[in-house]
Write a protein that binds this ligand. Structure first.
Ligand code: ADP
Ligand code: ADP
Ligand code: MG
Length: 617
């Protein structure tokens, strides 16, 4: 077994590799950029070497500096993780030429599988079923359009050098072909420096099924079963699971055998993944699953395979790179239970999934599931790197239990002020069709409005916050709350302010809502709240009757009074438009308009304070 390893990566995967290396008593060396000086992967390693600026091309893509760091720190081997240089055959070669061990497949294998067209041609030769399409060298638009028509629409144009869901365009009719081809080529040129494309039949009801394979330097290749990564947004995986729902034994045997054949065709050594696309319009069938591409590295979603097989794939990588044979034979591997991984991203689903950067002032990750992360509370999510905060990996005996566990884990992820997709992950894991295993790659797009959470705090959050901010004297009177019964006649309401909106609500603690300092967490979402500025925020029934609250979410379309104006009982004060209906709020008694919060055009949530009417003395 090798005795030291340099990890040419950062974040979650660097920490993941360090964890196994530690257990095997292998010395670890991290590399880091300016932005990562204090990063977790730097602190966890035995040694760390600074390799350059924050931009990836100044550091994590600087193969020369990484090799230098390995040599100067006395590391024996380089583990590339995923992304960055992991599928770069030239770098793999330079590592070997420098006398170091490359923890990955031979450069020839990376090369053979690196371009999608060459890989598919190779698979056709090896008798592996591939997605029907055009792989030719002739690349002019006329020829490509002709080929697309021959294949039959819809088709998918793919950059041969593509990856990470980039450089792909679905084309539904000949009329839009040229334009989409142009934009695909443009993206391919700028992202991969290569604008060649291939054309594939676009598979309808598509499911992404992939098989984990492993080879050693003694000519053995095994598979570790399949994963289903159909839950994608814009061709990027969001939730992955193993095994695949609805996969029967015969189909599994066929697709896993095809994957082993594919790996053997390139004399594969180390961890790899064969990705297939399945036409699942009538369930998973062996004759409707086609090779899509091979990823010649460890995959982001490898933990679900580890969870169902009980194996540590990084340990397998380290053993194979040390020249040992595979730890287990095919007949010693079996599936146990079900595993699901949710990728927790620093992004805002309610704002078009834009990355959310900044300091992780509050970071609590769930317990009871495996959590792979590269950050701790206080760390910074920067614009330089992938915005993944953590992977939540739930295992359970059955699929339904694993989904419930993943949903619960997402719900108890507490992050602030950086926004995350936790509530979105939770909603997906709880969705009826997902729980039934009725998934395909269009699932998220189809259900987007149901999955994207409302940003406004729900009533139970408002009430729990109100209960939390009762002044200590009053809190005593409300103590325990258990025997407490709301008496509508003497109902007490508390003003709470959530991002600029004031709500007047009954205080009521909730078992779901977690309150910490001035933060309310519920279902994977977080809200900051403040008590109102005045100290008269606990209001008895008489006063609260004068509070004009929005009866439902809507928009203010008319403000008919001004602050300080004298009003008569029944006078029309504010007009709201809600659910396409107009609703007028009137003065409950004779008095004057105190605070006036309503402004024309303002969107309001249910319970929002619009105006306060002071009763005539
Ligand atoms: P995979 O096919 O392994 O699931 P992804 O779809 O997650 O890969 O991402 C596409 C590419 O982006 C991968 O090559 C991966 O290496 C890279 N990537 C994704 N997340 C990260 C991360 N947290 N750090 C570095 N690279 C990442
Ligand atoms: P990348 O290298 O970016 O991962 P892939 O070829 O693996 O590119 O495709 C990424 C995703 O695009 C797949 O997981 C799938 O959702 C979708 N996809 C790819 N090929 C097809 C196809 N022929 N028909 C339908 N969907 C496809
Ligand atoms: Mg892929």
């Amino acid at each position: 077994m090798l005795s030291s390893v340099l990890i040419a990566n950062r974040g979650e995967i660097a920490c993941r590799i360090i964890r196994t290396a530690r257990r095997l008593r292998i010395r670890t060396v991290s590399v880091y950029s300016d932005a990562d000086r204090d990063a977790l992967h730097v602190r966890q390693a035995d040694d760390a070497v600074h390799i350059g600026g924050s931009q990836v091309r100044e550091s994590y893509l600087r193969g020369d500096r990484i090799i230098e760091a390995a040599l100067s720190s006395g590391a024996e081997a380089i583990h590339p993780g995923y992304g960055f240089l992991s599928e770069n055959a030239e770098f793999a070669e330079q590592v070997v030429d420098a006398g170091l061990i490359w923890i990955g497949p031979r450069p020839e294998s990376i090369r053979a599988m690196g371009l999608k067209d060459a890989a598919k041609a190779r698979m056709i030769a090896a008798n592996v079923p591939v997605t029907p399409g055009y792989l030719g060298a002739v690349q002019d638009a006329t020829r490509l359009r002709f080929e697309a028509e021959a294949i039959g629409f819809p088709v998918l144009i793919k950059a041969v050098a593509g990856g990470g869901g980039k450089g792909m365009r679905r084309v539904d009719d000949p009329g839009s072909f040229d334009e989409l081809l142009d934009s695909c080529k443009r993206e391919a040129r700028s992202s991969f420096g290569d604008d060649r494309v291939l054309i594939e039949k676009y598979i309808l009801s598509p499911r992404h099924i992939e098989v984990q394979v492993f080879g050693d330097s003694h000519g053995n290749v095994v598979h570790l079963f399949e994963r289903d990564c159909s839950l994608q947004r814009r061709h990027q995986k969001v939730i992955e699971e193993a095994p695949a729902p609805g996969m029967d034994e015969a189909t599994r045997a066929a697709v896993c055998a095809a994957a082993v054949k594919a790996a053997e065709a390139v004399a594969y050594v180390g961890a790899g993944t064969i990705e297939f696309i399945a036409d699942a319009s009538e369930g998973l069938r062996a004759d409707r699953i086609w090779f899509m591409e091979m990823n010649t590295r460890l995959q982001v979603e490898h933990p679900v395979t580890e969870a169902i097989t009980g194996q540590d794939l990084v340990e397998w990588q380290l053993r194979v790179a040390s020249g040992e044979p595979l730890p287990l034979r095919q007949d010693e591997l079996a599936i146990s239970g079900w595993a699901m991984e949710g990728r927790l991203y620093a992004e805002n689903p309610s704002n078009g999934f834009l990355p959310s950067i900044g300091k992780l002032e509050h970071l609590e990750l769930p317990e009871g599931v495996r959590v792979d992360t590269g950050v701790v509370q206080g760390a910074e999510v920067t614009p330089f790197y992938d915005p993944m905060i953590a992977k939540l990996i739930a295992w359970a005996p059955s699929r339904a239990e694993a989904a419930a566990k993943l949903a619960a884990a997402a719900a108890s992820s507490r992050v602030w002020p950086v926004r995350t997709n936790a509530a979105f992950l939770r909603a997906a894991a709880l969705h009826g069709e997902f729980v039934d295993g009725r998934i395909d790659t269009g699932f998220i797009e189809r259900h987007l409005t149901e999955l994207v959470p409302d940003i406004d705090p729900p009533m139970k959050v408002l009430q729990a916050a109100a209960a939390a901010i009762l002044p200590s004297g009053r809190a005593g009177a409300w103590g325990g709350m258990s025997g407490f019964r709301m008496n509508s006649a003497t109902e007490t309401r508390v003003q709470v302010e959530f991002s600029g909106s004031t709500y007047l609500v009954e205080p009521r603690p909730s078992a779901d809502v977690h309150i910490e300092d001035s933060l309310a967490f519920d279902g994977g979402q977080a809200w900051h709240f403040t008590p109102p500025r005045s100290d008269s925020f606990v209001q008895g029934a008489g006063v609260s009757d004068g509070a004009l609250l929005s009866p439902m979410p809507g928009r203010v379309i008319g403000v008919l009074v001004a602050s300080g104006e004298v009003v008569a009982k029944g006078q029309r004060l504010i007009v709201l438009e809600a659910m396409k209906m107009e609703q007028t709020l009137t003065a409950p008694f004779d008095g004057t308009v105190g605070e006036l919060r309503a402004v024309e055009g303002m969107q309001v949530v249910e319970g929002a304070l619009l105006a306060q009417i002071r009763e005539k003395e």
